[in-house]
Design a protein around this ligand. Structure first.
Ligand code: 5AD
Ligand code: SF4
Ligand code: FES
Length: 363
């Protein structure tokens, strides 16, 4: 399967099956270049060379869950827990708005108490008012009831990111505690509920986890296609010393290999789902200083500059060596402007950058 011809043959196919995707994921460096070139071509033809910025606010690191891979899991008491004040959020919103980001992501550990739900609702309304409805808001606040999703939708949020993390239910069990709060079917139901409520739905996975195979990763890409998602954010798994999964660190592929696999995942996904939004994730930059630019070159079209106040950033370490811990919003913006330009793209300032896929599905 590894000669050039067969990769080219696979790429000519109308629709890739699991075997095709596994073959593409298994390619060596030389054959990967063929995939990358094809993905770049598809990106140019279907979504163009505009990169959309989503200002990221890491609103709170309180989390009621205990995912085995994540640094801010409830069981880790190394971090000081925080929740940003309304003023801090609105300051970041103002920055995003004035810099014509046109879109923001509010992310946080998972909480579903009444106060938290109300805090988010109030902020959404305030952001709508401040930006005169011009700033698009994406939420990434985990699993919630349909009622909560609806409340937030009505308060002005229109996109939601909820990673499935891994699409294989058996693997999901190995990476999460075995209780009703960490349930694969519940997560899947949440994704469906988000769609029903009317959100543009984004999901994603981690790449290079312990116990994860290439078959699993191929299934992840097929899961995105079957679910017909509008946006995907995925990146390498990076071990964190204060988590239970750290004990498997010696069984992981080397970081560079996880990075290369992540690039291939982005490229193959662009070929499979031509008009969706794909994020160049921060975890990719953690491994390779130019990780996000490399992802843009092989199909990604969204970047999420961090707008969290610097004083909180060292407490929102989902994984180790996270970049931009000391950089203010302005530094990240300038840095990204240059990086995106170097990758041959341009920033879609002042544009919402809705998933074209969402638009065509709803027409
Ligand atoms: N490495 C990489 N990504 C991680 N996430 C959580 N922990 C890690 C880790 N150790 C990702 C999860 C989650 C997102 C917010 O961060 O996919 O959905
Ligand atoms: Fe909480 Fe999300 Fe981390 Fe799981 S991955 S522990 S839900 S912040
Ligand atoms: Fe934060 Fe480059 S994106 S410093």
């Amino acid at each position: 399967m590894n000669n050039k011809k067969s990769v080219e043959e696979i790429l000519m196919k109308e629709s890739l099956n699991r075997e095709d995707v596994v073959a593409l994921l298994s390619t060596d460096e030389e054959d990967s270049r063929i995939i990358f070139a094809k993905a770049a071509e598809v990106k140019k033809a279907f979504v163009g060379n505009k990169v959309y910025l989503r200002g990221l606010i890491e609103y709170s690191n309180f989390c009621s869950k205990n995912c085995y891979y994540c640094g801010i899991r409830a069981g880790n008491n190394r971090y000081v827990r925080y929740q940003m004040t309304d003023d801090e959020v609105l300051e970041a919103v103002k920055y995003a708005y004035e810099n014509r980001f046109a879109s923001m992501v509010i992310q946080s550990g998972e909480k579903s108490d009444r106060k938290f739900i109300g805090d988010i609702e109030r902020l959404l309304k305030e952001i709508q008012r401040l930006s005169e409805g011009k700033l698009h808001i994406t939420l990434s606040l985990g699993e919630q009831t349909k009622e909560t999703y609806k409340r937030w939708f009505e308060a002005g949020a229109h996109r939601y990111l909820l990673r499935i993390e891994v699409s294989n239910p058996e693997l999901y069990k190995k990476l999460h505690p075995n209780d009703k709060h960490h349930n694969y079917n519940k997560r899947l139901t949440s994704l469906k509920t988000l769609r029903e409520v009317g959100y543009q739905v984004g999901t994603g996975v981690m790449i290079g986890l312990p116990f994860q195979t290439l078959d699993d990763l191929a299934d992840d890409l097929i899961f995105f296609r079957d679910f017909d998602v509008d946006m995907v954010g995925m990146g390498p798994y990076i071990e964190h010393a204060d988590t239970p999964l750290f004990r498997y660190r010696n069984e992981l592929a080397p970081l560079m290999e996880r990075f290369r696999l992540s690039l291939k995942m982005v490229a193959i996904l662009r070929i499979m789902m031509k008009d969706i939004n794909i994020a160049a994730t921060t975890a990719m930059q953690t491994i390779d200083p130019q990780g996000r630019e490399k992802a843009l070159k092989v199909g990604a079209n969204v970047i999420m500059p961090n707008l969290t106040p610097v004083k909180y950033r060292q407490n929102y370490l989902l994984y180790e060596n996270k970049p931009c811990i000391d950089e203010e919003a302005e530094d990240c913006k300038n840095c990204l402007d240059i990086r995106i330009f170097m990758a041959g793209d341009e920033v879609g300032y002042g544009e919402w950058g809705d998933s074209k896929h969402f638009k065509s599905r709803n027409n």
